[in-house]
Design a protein around this ligand. Structure first.
Ligand code: ANZ
Length: 962
């Protein structure tokens, strides 16, 4: 809903002050200063060297790299919710500039992605054309906000000069392996050298020289950090592409479009992010990130300490992963994931003697039971399979394994609550200690053996139990064989002891398991980075040499991925790039003469471009290297408090907790290991801004109606006379409640919009947009203007007054504001900073009379980070020739900051000679100095020496002259 603001739009009537701050004036001022900044390059941050080298004095300052999560250039443009974070970083960056820092602040575009491609499919417009147009539109919307970006450093991920380096990084990752001993990535050539020299055994036991080229490629594929594999992947026929785990919802559907997702075996590129699981986890501790995000990353990585235990079966073995090896004596059956590759091997032709009916699922043979159960399990998502409280289903495969700790025969089942993708895809089931196993055991009449002394009074007779008993504080019981006893031990010690026994007897070993999976890195899309990979006639993948980069996207006739019946799991993707035969089939000389090759026709996922963009901002035009090491070191290198280096401040939404932020950390670490960068972490401090919410109004059919046309009457809401409901929700076109920054800028100006967004509440909290409240900040700027400029003449209204002659109340108000605003801006508490500026401004308004020039100047400097245009204008009016952007932020005189003062009496020889107003907390030393410096005291002493000063802070100073 919008209310017209009379001050902003009313035509200037005869009696209205001609030089009042109005929307029209704001528009004029803002446009003028934006042009000035662009022309002067006011926000250019100099590099220590290279094409962006500049003012050595600025370079020598401490530096700050302040960054936003860059936007996707959507066709809908920006609404007022989008720039919340951009304004915040801009205010912060401006404050840092004014407190002596060389500040790098810019913004690019994350421009590959699905919407442009879908638009292309619908309209036939090339995705580049629509994306460029959207960027152009967003650039002008952003420029209108007065953001102090170094535009020389901006780029889009779709620029071939940018994605050349995305492809180059892919090649670095492809050409490296993770050395578990050195705990870092190394060039693959060093691994080959180890194989050649016989220093490392070649898997399969042959010598390196005996392997064919294809066999070598296969071996190296097992090590490379980027590798193609035929693993089961998330295939989404409805979208026509495969998806990363992170892109699949908890109910096993595509995050985008909500289509079913199936596990299908497809040859796909992967990134071995799992090699970095430990480091990704450990290094979180050093980062200044919100705890909630760290926790999400920790959970996503999901480190579990436990053991692998081998259960012998038919001369072979089934290996399980357990976090509770201490419960091994209570393992009374085993479960394999239905897809487990060993299932066929151990499934006999007939049910063994004594098989219970309940175990067979009513099937005549184990093979039939297994086949039927597998078909049933395949139709469920992992989440459905794991859901608690569901009936546990499964079938016996007709085989028994041996529990290594007590030699007992334990029946082997398949059941869908065990997942193939976790641990080893097989478990030992301990019904007494695990609720899922407990339910399964009850359903299948399997023994439940009490191996942990219950501490809740339920007793050890498991036939009376209603659920499993789990506690880390309890003691183990019924757990001893001839060689090892866990009885009486608490869980942690029992785990250690049994793990020792397992390792000693060769029955198992302690191990760490991660939930994190490798990152599925290929998509069957058009609008993404092509892979710099070609296949020779034997199907062996070859990297393109760096000299052939960028490998640009070819033109194709049809951009759409081929989509299929969303429910048809048997379909296979067809990539848009494969439709351009001239591009796909090429003759290249990769160093051994011209040969025929076939290009990889998948493209990279849209996360690729955002995995390293912070580095490109540093050295955006470098065509020789990813980033110049000295420049990288300068802006991002490790330093005090930032052991891993990284961006000083990164602001964006919390929704990127595990996708972008995890991938970017992974790429940083690889680049760090390979020596390309000095920072092992991309983002040292992370801040998640809240959301700007908006009211959604719906009619009786539940359909959203245009919010701007809703009227309020007596607390109820009406649209075209019909009553509508009101709820707080997201802002957006589809909910018909989007407010654009353009509208607000037109009505009040960008400075008002900036102030309003910053004043709405703490930055990390979500808040409802209220157009009617914006005018409050506009009035603040009007009063600010009026405190400096005569509205009738347009002339300065300030007066020159010596600091000593400014009244004490004003000085107190001023210094309190300076002190508070400084601390608030440093701490990113922009809302309270604005409150303090408002307080000072109101004080000056109320005080009446002209404002002392030095007070007005400092007020303007306080406002400058928040409302830069009006600040520039007033600064210029105050007679300054240079931009306010690089002025020093005012510093408070703390003597004025304390709330109350007490009166201190200064006596000379017992007679009161002066009274001082001092802070209650003043020290004896400071009070003595203040007393001796006081004019009246100096006069009374008349040059006489001092024998003794007795100080009783804060109330009394007694001076005894010599
Ligand atoms: C025996 C046991 C006894 C277990 C007990 C738990 C409690 P986290 O902590 O998430 O790592 N498990 C192992 N692999 C599995 C798979 N592929 N699908 C489903 N469940 C699996 O969980 C590890 C525990 O989950 C393992 O420890 C195993 O059950 C089960 F009182 O082994 B436990």
């Amino acid at each position: 809903m919008s209310e017209t603001n009379p001050a902003a739009t009313a035509p200037v009537s005869a009696d209205a002050a001609p030089h009042r701050y109005t929307a029209a004036m704001a528009a004029e001022i803002e446009a003028r200063w934006q042009d000035f900044w662009d022309a002067e390059g006011t926000y250019a941050a100099p590099n220590p060297k290279g094409d962006l080298a500049g003012d050595p004095e600025l370079v020598a300052r401490p530096k700050k790299f302040i960054m936003d999560m860059f936007p996707y250039p959507s066709g809908a443009g920006l609404h007022v919710g989008h720039p919340l974070g951009y304004i915040a970083t801009d205010v912060f960056a401006r404050f840092q500039r004014m407190t002596g820092h060389n500040v790098l602040h810019t913004l690019g575009f994350d421009a590959f992605g699905l919407p442009a491609e879908q638009y292309a499919v619908q309209t036939g417009t090339h995705p580049r054309v629509s994306t460029e147009a959207n960027m152009e539109n967003m650039r002008s919307q952003l420029r209108r906000l007065g953001l102090g970006h170094d535009k020389r450093r901006s780029f889009a991920t779709i620029d071939p000069e940018y994605y050349k380096w995305t492809q180059w990084i892919f090649l670095q990752i492809f050409d490296s392996w993770y050395d578990d001993e050195a705990k870092k990535a190394r060039p693959i050539a060093e691994l080959v050298a180890q194989f050649e020299a016989g220093e490392r055994a070649v898997p399969g036991g042959r010598t390196w020289s005996a392997l064919t080229e294809a066999e070598r490629a296969d071996v190296l594929g097992e090590y490379r950090l980027a590798y193609a594999s035929d693993a089961p992947v998330n295939w989404c026929p409805g979208l026509g592409t495969v998806l990363a785990n992170e892109e699949v919802t908890a109910d096993g559907r595509s995050e985008r479009g909500n289509f079913p997702v199936f596990k299908s075996k497809l040859r796909q590129w992967n990134m071995r992010i799992t090699a970095y699981a430990d480091r990704l986890l450990d290094d979180l501790d050093q980062l200044d990130w919100p705890e909630a995000i760290k926790l999400q990353q920790r959970n996503w990585i999901g480190r579990s300490e436990g053991a692998r235990v081998d259960f012998p079966i038919d001369g072979e073995r089934i290996t399980v992963f357990t976090t509770r090896p201490d419960t091994l004596f209570g393992a009374t059956y085993m479960v394999l994931a239905p897809e487990h590759p060993l299932v066929e091997k151990f499934t006999p032709d007939a049910w063994p003697e004594g098989t219970r009916d309940a175990w067979t699922g009513g099937h005549a043979t184990p093979a039939e039971a297994v086949a039927a159960y597998r078909a049933q399990a395949a139709s469920k998502s992992d989440v459905e399979r794991q859901a608690e409280a569901k009936d546990k289903t499964g079938v016996f495969i007709g085989a028994y394994a041996t529990n290594p700790v007590n030699g007992e025969r334990v029946p082997v089942f398949i059941a869908d609550y065990v997942l193939m993708g976790y641990g080893t895809g097989a478990i030992m089931a301990v019904p007494a200690g695990d609720q899922r196993d407990f339910e399964f055991a009850r359903a299948f009449e399997l023994p439940i053996r009490c191996i942990v002394e219950p501490t809740d009074g339920r007793g050890t007779d498991t036939s009376t139990w209603e659920d499993a008993f789990a506690s880390y504080d309890a003691k183990i019981m019924n757990s001893a064989n001839d060689a090892v006893s866990l009885d009486g031990l608490p869980v942690v010690e029992a785990k250690e002891r049994i793990t020792e026994w397992l390792e000693r007897t060769g029955a198992g070993e302690g191990t760490v398991n991660f939930r994190l999976r490798d990152w599925l890195f290929s998509r069957q899309r058009y609008w993404g980075e092509p892979f710099p990979i070609v296949y020779d006639e034997d199907g062996i993948a070859h990297p393109l040499p760096a000299s052939m980069l960028p490998l640009e996207l070819p033109e194709v006739e049809d951009y759409s991925p081929r989509t299929f019946d969303p429910d048809d799991a048997d379909t296979r993707p067809e990539t848009p790039l494969s439709r351009n035969a001239d591009w796909v089939n090429v003759t290249l000389d990769l160093g051994d003469g011209p040969k025929k090759y076939r290009r990889e026709t998948n493209t990279m996922p849209n996360w690729a471009g955002s995995c390293w963009y912070e580095l490109r901002y540093l050295d955006p035009h470098n065509s020789e290297r990813l980033v110049d090491p000295e420049i990288e070191q300068y802006w991002m290198g490790p330093r005090e408090g930032l052991p891993h280096g990284g961006v000083d401040l990164y602001v964006g939404g919390a929704e990127h907790a595990v996708l972008h932020l995890l991938y970017a950390r992974f790429w940083s670490k690889v680049l760090f290991d390979l020596g390309h960068v000095s920072s092992a972490e991309p983002f040292h401090k992370l801040f998640n801004q809240g959301m700007i919410q908006a009211y959604v109004y719906r009619d009786s059919r539940g359909i959203a109606v245009p919010a701007a046309e809703v009227e309020e009457r007596d607390g109820a809401y009406y649209y075209q006379g019909e009553k509508v409901s009101r709820l707080l929700g997201k802002m957006g076109k589809s909910l018909k409640n989007a407010v654009t920054p353009d509208e607000i800028c037109a009505e009040y100006g960008a400075d008002t919009l900036r102030l309003y967004e910053m004043a709405m509440g703490p930055l990390d909290v979500s808040r409802p947009w209220d157009t009617r409240a914006v005018v409050g900040q506009f009035r603040l700027l009007q009063r600010l203007w009026r405190n400096v400029v005569d509205e009738n003449t347009g002339e300065l209204s300030v007066v020159d007054v010596a600091e000593a002659d400014i009244d004490a109340d004003t000085l107190r108000a001023l210094h309190k504001a300076i002190d508070g605003v400084r601390q608030d801006l440093e701490g990113m508490r922009f809302n309270t900073a604005i409150a303090k500026v408002t307080e000072l401004n109101n004080h000056l308004t109320k005080a009446g009379g002209p404002v002392p020039r030095s007070v007005a100047e400092r007020l303007v400097l306080l406002v400058a980070p928040l409302a830069p245009h009006v600040a520039e204008e007033l600064w210029r009016k105050l007679g300054h020739e240079t931009s306010v952007v690089h002025e020093d932020f005012p510093v408070a005189d703390l003597a004025y900051v304390v709330d109350e003062t007490v009166t201190c009496v200064v006596q000379i020889k017992g007679k009161v000679k002066a009274r001082l107003e001092v802070a209650p907390s003043i020290s004896d030393d400071d009070l003595e100095k203040a007393a001796l410096a006081d004019e009246k005291v100096v006069a009374a002493l008349g040059g006489a020496g001092i024998r003794k000063v007795i100080v009783r802070a804060p109330k009394l100073v007694n001076i005894v002259p010599a």
